[in-house]
Design a protein around this ligand. Structure first.
Ligand code: SAM
Length: 412
């Protein structure tokens, strides 16, 4: 990588303006909004929240708030998010930077009482309790090792807080494994909600069907106290469908095609830190990893590696994860972004035309975060973790709109 290829660090207003306008064009291109609508809500993650035409203010609490993907979607749908709960101090920095007006309870959720949240937020009641409990224990990746994860019962901590906060509506997101490996927890969660008088509805949705440039399936549960909430209808499909007015799934090119070369972590750390480069930063790769990547064509996976370059555990056959060391194709739907998104041996994260993985910023763009959304850490692993675990805000907004409309309908 040549020195002159690095993005020039920019600061302040100049950066914010360019980043915002590029993101606006990006979302308009992906068909999430037209440009005027996008402009109208473009800056909401830094303060305002009310972009709906409703005169009412509906409040929401985001449990397990992470870097704030769900919060951003809720705000864009018109909710006033009053509090988040997140126990990882390093992740809370990013949430606070992007949502300075929201109270964050920086604690283990097991030690948090509903009345403490309401008191701290100076509220008597809340309309929506939303949350994405940690899902590692139910995911396909840990399924391989048949481990029981101590975080699995956090779904039931969410139920406890629903009981204590007594909202009108609940929204929960998780990996599809919650309905199989975690079925006992899901059943208890649904039974608990039903006992409280909620009507519960859930399903497994493919997020590309909602314009997220990613192959990502997630379970979404919506529950209204005394009323049912439908899951949102899809807006996109694998192929463009004029009859049903569905757009085609977005490609890697549409999402990150205009990004310049990133900087490596070691160089970023010597030149002021990754934030100065808006986290358009990749890991420094070993020569062997670079050689492997060179040997794989865009869109192909490790199966196309010559035997001599195959990692030892994969050299004999096709066991293990097919996509590791793979490269994404420009015109394909990108893979699920995980916390391994900048590590070649953890999935198909290779860039199609440069010998590198996608950068942290590009991963955040595939998760539909605006370019102006700050990632406030200097640790690569934390950055990748919170980006990989986030709920894509564009999808969160679509689901949150369903919740908002249900509250409006219930109020009439
Ligand atoms: C799936 S992520 C949430 C993503 C977030 N909704 C977003 O859209 O950015 C789960 C989060 O729960 C946090 N977490 C895990 N265990 C927790 C606990 N016991 N109490 C509070 N937060 C916890 C993790 O640090 C992680 O940030």
């Amino acid at each position: 990588m040549e020195e002159q290829d690095y993005p020039k660090p920019r600061t302040g207003q100049e950066y914010e303006q360019e980043a915002e306008s590029r993101w606006l064009e990006g979302v308009a291109r992906l068909g999430h909004f037209n440009l005027e609508e996008a402009r109208a809500c473009g800056s909401t993650h830094r303060g305002g929240y009310q972009m709906s035409h409703s005169p009412k203010i509906y409040t929401a609490i985001d449990l397990f708030s992470g870097m704030g993907g769900l919060t951003l979607g809720l705000k864009r749908a018109g909710f006033k998010v009053v509090a988040g709960v997140e126990m990882n101090r390093e992740i809370v920095k990013t949430y606070r930077r992007n949502h300075p007006e929201i109270l964050v309870v920086e604690k283990n959720i097991r030690d948090v009482k509903g009345k403490d949240i309401l008191e701290a937020a100076r509220l008597e009641k809340v309309d929506l309790v939303a949350g994405c409990p940690p899902c590692q224990g139910f995911s396909k990746l840990t399924d391989k090792y048949h481990r029981e994860d101590s975080r699995n019962d956090l779904v039931l901590e969410m139920l406890r807080l629903v009981k204590e906060l007594n909202p009108r509506l609940v929204m929960m997101e998780n990996v599809p494994g919650l309905a199989t490996r975690g079925k006992d927890r899901l059943d208890k969660f649904v039974e608990g909600l039903n006992d409280l008088g909620f009507t519960t509805n859930y399903g497994i949705l493919h997020l590309a069907n909602y314009g997220v440039p990613q192959s990502r399936r997630r379970i979404v549960l919506l529950a209204g106290r005394g009323f049912r909430i439908d899951l949102p209808p899809q807006t996109h499909s694998r192929k463009r469908n004029e009859g049903e007015r569905l757009k085609s799934w977005p490609t890697l090119k549409q999402a990150i095609g205009r990004m310049k070369r990133p900087i490596t972590l070691s160089k970023a750390l010597k030149s002021g830190g990754p934030s100065k480069f808006n986290w358009h930063v990749v890991r420094d790769l070993e020569p062997l990893s670079l050689e492997r990547m060179r040997a794989i064509k865009p869109g192909a996976s490790r199966g196309s590696l010559p035997k001599s370059l195959r990692p030892q555990c994969h050299s004999e056959g096709d066991r293990g994860f097919e996509n590791v060391y793979g490269r994404i194709g420009w015109n394909r739907l990108p893979p699920t972004i995980t916390s391994g998104c900048t590590t070649p041996c953890m999935g198909r994260f290779g860039h199609p035309s440069q010998i590198r993985t996608i950068s942290v910023r590009e991963a955040a763009m595939l998760q539909t975060f605006p370019l102006s959304y700050r990632i406030e850490t200097s640790f690569m692993d934390t950055a990748c973790n919170m980006v990989g675990n986030a709920l894509p805000p564009v999808f969160a907004k679509i689901v949150a709109e369903k919740c908002f409309d249900a509250l409006e309908g219930d109020a009439r």
